[in-house]
Structures are given as structure tokens and as C-alpha cells.
Design a binder for this molecule. Structure first.
Ligand SMILES: Cc1cc2nc3c(=O)[nH]c(=O)nc-3n(C[C@H](O)[C@H](O)[C@H](O)COP(=O)(O)OP(=O)(O)OC[C@H]3O[C@@H](n4cnc5c(N)ncnc54)[C@H](O)[C@@H]3O)c2cc1C
Ligand code: FES
Length: 512
């Protein structure tokens, strides 16, 4: 089956893209009308389409590139009730009851994935696994012990890790059984195939370029290939598209990296293994098997989007980590992925403002396969008029300045700083001085220009001014993209939008 364009990036491909089962949906062809327009075909958009179709609504999904090719296809593919933010953090910011509700919501979402796998017969290597959290050194003992205590208090079936249970040095650790992992790309592609019919239309290579949602009854979701008229609109785009200052100022934006390897021994550890190392650095490791081919992967080395001078070193670090602990035979895949952290520890899922029929689902941190699935449950419940504990707890219009306090101020300070920070500008440099395969922001005739010196010697140039809200983009050397440090829009060297809130490509320019 035709795989289509998975993403408009650079050739660094996740392990999942090597085992994509393809999607091959057509592009939208002319104007159309539906009950619900869903922007984005990741796990959030496709699961929302499934649940609303089951609830009797007509649905149209518009996906810029290919189903699952966004963050879903760059994730680690783990499903668990734990939260990256930490059990203890949620309990301290809120209370034990709230932590309980979060865990129960995440369990429901995880089990919905399991149910879909079995109901639709999805061939996505879904396996039950044990989740582990451990401290690899003395520095993180208190943190992990605090997490263990909070997990037990919230009623999670947590147990202490036994000596030698993990293939890493463990000073202290605990486990929770009954979690799961899978190939997230095959899951979402095959789920899309299973639900696709005349009531649930899915379009690929169909980027939404504007949403006109002023009319209370009929919204217009515009693409270059036609306009979708809909009563309800769902931004299932990982971060809402366009200018949503309420949300964008509440989100910390991060990239992290994955490296997958083959091991000479052929012996691959099982489990979802989260470990804390020096300087609070957390690594997540798991293995993957498809048709007898096995891999081990590690994810980590987080940094703020557009704020790293050389991110090749992040990938090198992950490879070093794997080589230190395992007999690595070959590196098979390296990739990057994006996540959005909420200011108050919980994702924002629901109406964009009270009474609105436009929905958002964002702030998932690195827990969004489960939170994206939960978003589908919540958005279905809101559209069908079923207010409940989950719709209230994750309400996207909530404002929790007290719970956000430290983080809120930090994220905004970063955003303010990078808005006005000019990365080194090569004012007088010859464009020919830019190394082959690299990009630089150059000042040409007073204009900030993002110049990429292609391997072939051709130069591609775009305006360096982000089309979202005007910050300057920054070169991402490992992924060969232009990344905006303000709200994490990312652009290809041709200027096309890859991800983030921007709708419009960078302006293409001619340079001498
Ligand atoms: C390295 C890494 C590892 C992770 N590991 C895990 C994990 O193990 N478990 C877990 O639960 N979570 C994990 N996450 C988080 C998880 O991957 C994401 O939160 C989740 O995939 C988000 O799904 P989504 O459908 O909301 O977004 P996406 O999968 O990004 O889908 C959004 C889609 O919207 C499309 N889109 C964007 N703009 C437009 C437009 N204008 N028009 C049309 N379509 C558009 C995009 O092309 C994309 O396909 C990880 C994240 C990272 C970065
Ligand atoms: S992403 Fe908001 S200004 Fe660039």
C-alpha cells in the first residue's frame, strides 16, 4: 500500500516508520459538509473520529501529511498509567483524590487502546508490559522513593524492584504491572483504515490553512483543496493551530530524541524502563519486536525547542548511553520528537472557551498516546452532553495560576527572552561560508534570512521570521529544520510547516 508522505522532515526516521503499514487516504477534493471537522490524524484525531462515529456523528479528518506521521509516529509507543510529571507532583499540586482520578482516566484510555486492538484486529505488536521507575544513583533516591509512596497512596499496584531485575544499575526502584506497549504508527494507521467510510472520511496531504469559527452554527475549516463546513471543530494537532495565546503561553515546548539499536547478544530486555541518572536526566528504554526482528531503543536528552546550538550531541549522548550498558552491534534509527508540557501538570482537553464548539487537546508532555486517547473520550463526552469528572478535571479553559506558579513564570520568561534574542547573525559572512548541509540565519539587506546550504551546493532561502507570531527561527542541525523557540513551530528547509501552531509556510526568498 502507498505510504504517502509521512512528514516533511529530514530523513531521521523513527523505528515505527521502518515498519509502517501505510495509509494511502486521498486528499480532500472540493468543499464538503460534516458534523465534526477534525484537524490532525495522530492518535488524538483518529481516536476522536472513531468515538464520534460510534456516537452517530459524521466526521471528516484533515491531515497535513500522513496519518500517524506526527508525534504519534515519533513516540516510544508505551502505554502506562504513570505520568511524566510524577505521581508526587500531581498529588502535591492538587491532592490524592485528583491523582486518583488522573490514574483512573489514564487506565480507561489505555484499556480503550487494548479494546481497539482486539475489536479491530490491529496488527501493531501490542504487548502487556511492566513499567519501571528507578534511580541509577544516590542523587535521585529521594525522588524515586517519593514517587513510590505517592503511587501506593493513590492505590496503584506498585511493588519494589528486585536486585538484578533490570539491566541497569538500580539504587532504588519500583514497578507497576499490567501496562502495555505497541507500534503506535501501525496502531493509528490500521485504526484509521478500520473506521474509514462515508460517515468517517479521512483525507491526507490536506493541510488546514485557516479556521473561521466566528459563526456559532457553521465553522469553516479551510484547506488549499477545499473548505470543510462543520458544526464542531477539533484541533487534534498536538498544539492548537493559530494564535491561541491562552494556551501557547501555558505550554513549555520541548524536543527529545530516540536511538534504536540491534544488540550482538540477541538478548533484549523487556519492560517500560524509566531511569533517573546524573543531573536529573531521565532515560526511557524499551525493546521492540516485529516478525522476529528485535530492537532496543532509548529516548531522552530533552531540550527546549529552538534553543540548542548543536543537537547532534544529544543523539550522540543517547548512543553512548546504550553502548555503555549493552553490546550494541548497529544503530538502526535516530529521530527527534516534540512535546508540550502544561503549566499546572495536567493536559488541557476540551472547549477552547466556555460554550464554544471548538475543541483543543494539548499539554500531554510525553504521555500523549494515553492522554490523546483520553482526549477522544472527553471530546466525545462534551459533544454528546455528558459532563463528568474527566471533562471537569482536564477542562481546557481552567486557569490555575497557583498550581502553575513556578513553571508558568519560567516558561514565559523563556518565551519572552527568546522572542527578543537574535541568534548569532552572520551579518557580513558570505553565504558560501555556510558549511554544506547546514543552515544559518543571515542578515541580507536588513532582512533576516534563513539560508540552507544544500548538500548539492544549492542554496535555499526563506524569511527567518516565524509566520506564527514573528519570532526568529533557529537552525536545527540534526534534523535539518528551522525551529521557532517561541511556540515550537517547525519548518522544512523549503519553508513548509512541519508542526506547531503556524498555519503558513516561511516566505521563500531569492538570495545571490
Ligand atoms: C520522543 C517522544 C516519545 C514519546 N513517547 C511516548 C510514549 O511512550 N507514550 C506516550 O503516551 N506518549 C509518548 N509521547 C507523547 C506522544 O507521542 C504525543 O503526545 C502524542 O503522539 C500526541 O498525539 P496527537 O495525535 O495529539 O499529535 P500528533 O501525533 O502530532 O498528530 C497531530 C497531527 O496533526 C497534523 N497537523 C498539524 N497541523 C495540521 C494542519 N494545519 N492541517 C492538518 N493536519 C495538521 C500533523 O501532521 C499530525 O499528524 C512521546 C513524545 C515524544 C516526543
Ligand atoms: S511558533 Fe509562535 S512565533 Fe513562532
Amino acid at each position: 500500500m502507498e505510504t504517502g508522505k509521512l512528514f516533511n522532515g529530514t530523513g531521521m526516521e523513527s523505528i515505527w516508520k521502518s515498519y509502517s503499514s501505510g495509509s494511502g487516504f486521498p486528499a480532500l477534493d472540493g468543499d464538503t459538509t460534516t458534523d465534526v471537522a477534525i484537524i490532525g490524524g495522530g492518535i488524538t484525531g483518529i481516536t476522536t473520529a472513531l468515538l464520534l462515529k460510534e456516537a452517530g456523528y459524521n466526521v471528516v479528518v484533515a491531515e497535513s501529511y500522513s496519518v500517524g506521521g506526527g508525534s504519534t509516529g515519533s513516540s516510544t509507543g508505551n502505554l502506562y498509567i504513570a505520568v511524566e510529571e510524577g505521581f508526587d507532583t500531581i498529588k502535591s499540586k492538587y491532592n490524592a483524590d485528583t491523582l486518583n482520578t488522573v490514574l483512573s482516566a489514564r487506565r480507561d484510555a489505555m484499556e480503550l487502546v487494548a479494546q481497539n486492538v482486539s475489536q479491530f484486529g490491529l496488527d501493531c505488536d501490542f504487548r502487556r508490559q511492566t513499567w519501571y521507575l528507578y534511580a541509577a544513583n544516590e542523587e535521585n533516591i529521594d525522588k524515586v522513593k517519593g514517587e513510590f509512596k505517592a503511587a501506593l497512596q493513590a492505590g496503584a499496584p506498585a511493588e519494589e524492584v528486585l536486585p538484578g531485575e533490570l539491566p541497569f544499575p538500580v539504587v532504588t526502584g519500583f514497578r507497576i504491572g499490567g501496562q502495555a506497549n505497541f507500534n503506535p504508527l501501525r496502531y493509528v494507521q490500521q485504526l484509521a483504515q478500520a473506521i474509514h467510510d462515508e460517515k468517517c472520511r479521512i483525507y491526507e496531504q490536506t493541510a488546514v490553512i485557516a479556521v473561521d469559527d466566528e459563526d456559532e452554527k457553521i465553522k469553516k475549516v479551510r484547506t488549499h483543496k477545499g473548505t470543510i463546513h462543520a458544526r464542531y471543530v477539533v484541533h487534534a494537532t498536538h498544539t492548537p493551530k493559530g494564535v491561541f495565546l491562552d494556551f501557547h503561553s501555558l505550554l513549555g515546548t520541548y524536543r527529545e530524541y530516540g536511538v534504536a539499536v540491534k544488540l550482538a547478544s540477541g538478548s533484549y530486555p523487556e519492560g517500560i524502563m524509566w531511569g533517573y541518572y546524573e543531573r536529573n536526566e531521565r532515560y526511557s528504554a524499551r525493546s521492540y519486536e516485529h516478525n522476529g526482528e528485535k530492537y532496543l531503543m532509548v529516548i531522552g536528552q530533552t531540550h527546549e525547542v529552538g534553543q540548542k546550538e548543536d543537537n547532534n550531541e544529544n543523539i550522540a549522548h543517547l548512543e553512548k548511553f546504550l553502548r555503555e550498558h549493552f553490546d550494541v552491534e548497529a544503530v538502526t534509527n535516530t529521530w527527534g520528537g516534540q512535546n508540550y508540557k502544561p503549566a499546572d501538570g495536567l493536559p488541557y482537553i476540551g472547549r477552547k472557551r466556555k460554550g464554544s464548539d471548538v475543541f483543543v487537546a494539548t499539554g500531554f508532555s510525553t504521555d500523549g498516546l494515553t492522554y490523546g486517547t483520553l482526549s477522544a473520550i472527553i471530546i466525545r463526552d462534551l459533544i454528546t452532553g455528558n459532563e463528568n469528572d474527566y471533562t471537569r478535571l482536564f477542562d481546557a479553559t481552567r486557569h490555575n495560576p497557583l498550581k502553575a506558579a513556578g513553571k508558568f513564570i519560567k516558561e514565559n520568561a523563556i518565551n519572552a527572552a527568546v522572542t527578543f534574542k537574535d541568534y548569532v547573525l552572520f551579518k557580513d559572512a558570505e553565504i558560501a561560508d555556510i558549511p554544506t548541509g547546514e543552515g544559518r540565519v543571515v542578515e541580507v539587506d536588513g532582512k533576516k534570512v534563513a539560508v540552507y546550504n544544500e548538500a548539492s551546493g544549492n542554496v535555499k532561502a526563506c524569511s527567518a521570521v516565524c509566520t506564527h507570531m514573528g519570532c526568529l527561527v533557529h537552525w536545527n542541525s540534526a534534523e535539518k529544520t528551522w525551529d521557532c523557540p517561541c511556540h515550537a513551530s517547525r519548518f522544512s528547509t523549503d519553508g513548509d510547516v512541519i508542526e506547531g501552531p503556524a498555519f503558513t509556510p516561511l516566505e521563500k526568498l531569492q538570495v545571490r
